[in-house]
Design a protein around this ligand. Structure first.
Ligand code: TXA
Ligand code: MG
Length: 326
């Protein structure tokens, strides 16, 4: 059931459901999340069951204010404090050592916890209302079934989970791809997942380069190769290769969708075409909805033009690369 998240009565109802240990889908500025109170292992277990996600994959805990993060953290190292100060509320998740005895299920058994303070007004209103009912934070993975495309509209969530789930409608998510994740628990910052925040901006605040995850990095579903997959097979090619591939197809192309910035199919080709926006922010904003739309056309193949070089495209490139690996 989809409720208008701008209505106070909907927020109260969703907050009460969270307090009672039930699931609620909430909009955030990145993607929609499937939320349960983080301090209740039974409630968190419902998330894993609904998503079909392995229980050892840690979830992000969302809090209403930066201060509320201290409830879950054993300590916030100076690096995490600086990043939180600069980017919260916003599309950044920080991994820190977890306070013992709290949110064990949400953390997937790790001794760390992922924390994020989202900026979406509906998420803010929900987290604040839930906090008044004694909910210190909510665990929320993206509200999609395991391995599938993250939802950026209330209708996407309803498509995945059906009518019984309470979904707060907060419109189309502004960022459109999941938060950047920086692990602050190892003495040096590690970028576990790129998002919309350019790495240079994160490094300027961190005061040192962000490292890439090594073999010791915790298992993260967003870092599994095959993730964010549409049903169609997705191929990622740079402009010249894509052009050449289309030329080879000639006048009798297979059923195919094309999502590209610079390459345009011949008008008579019958190829389903959608133009990728030329700015990384606009491309991220519509990426998952575009892949869902193209997928819904029932084509067996989606050919995508690779984003240009440049760190501002890292988040979009990362999601497309994983979708192509599925
Ligand atoms: O933008 C987002 O982050 C969205 C919205 C709903 O906030 N959430 C999201 O959650 O993308 P999910 O579960 O789909 O991805 C969470 C990622 C996973 O890759 C998970 O492994 C990683 O965060 N993660 C969470 N806690 C962690 C921890 N303690 N250590 C390492 N990675 C962690
Ligand atoms: Mg996800």
């Amino acid at each position: 059931m989809i409720l208008d998240g701008s209505e106070a009565s909907a927020i109260e109802r969703a907050a009460a459901a969270l307090a009672a240990g039930e699931l609620v889908a909430m909009p955030t500025e990145t993607v929609y999340g499937l939320a349960a109170r983080a301090d209740d292992d039974g409630a968190v277990a419902r998330i894993f069951a609904a998503k079909g996600r392995p229980a050892d994959h840690p979830l992000i805990v969302h809090v209403a204010t930066p201060d509320a993060a201290d409830r879950f953290a054993a300590e916030m190292p100076p690096l995490a404090r600086r990043l939180a100060q600069a980017f919260w509320p916003g599309p950044l998740t920080l991994i820190v050592k977890r306070r013992e005895g709290l949110a064990a299920a949400a953390a997937g058994g790790q001794d760390t916890v992922g924390l994020r303070c989202p900026s979406h007004p509906v998420a803010q209103a929900l987290l604040t209302a839930a906090a008044r009912l004694g909910v210190p934070g909510v665990a929320a993975p993206s509200a999609n079934r395991f391995g599938r495309i993250s939802p950026t509209r209330a209708a996407h969530v309803a498509d995945e989970f059906g009518d019984t789930l309470l979904v707060l409608d907060g419109g189309a998510c502004e960022v459109g791809i999941e938060s950047s994740i920086v692990d602050c628990s190892r003495g040096h910052p590690v970028l576990l997942r790129p998002g919309i925040l350019p790495v240079e901006r994160l490094e300027a605040v961190a005061g040192e380069p962000l490292r890439a995850p090594d073999a010791l990095a915790p298992r993260a579903s967003g870092t599994l190769e095959a993730h964010y997959a549409p049903r169609a097979r997705l191929r990622l090619m740079d402009g010249p290769r894509l052009k050449a591939a289309l030329e080879v197809l000639g006048n009798s192309p297979p059923r195919l969708a094309l999502y590209s910035r610079t390459v345009v199919p011949g008008r008579a080709s019958g190829i389903v075409h959608r133009t990728m926006p030329s700015s990384p922010e606009a491309a991220a904003h519509e990426l998952f909805a575009a892949l869902r739309d193209l997928d819904a056309q029932g084509v067996p193949l989606i050919w995508v033009e690779a984003p240009p070089a440049g760190s501002e495209w890292d988040g979009v490139r990362d999601r497309l690369t994983r979708a192509a690996a599925a």
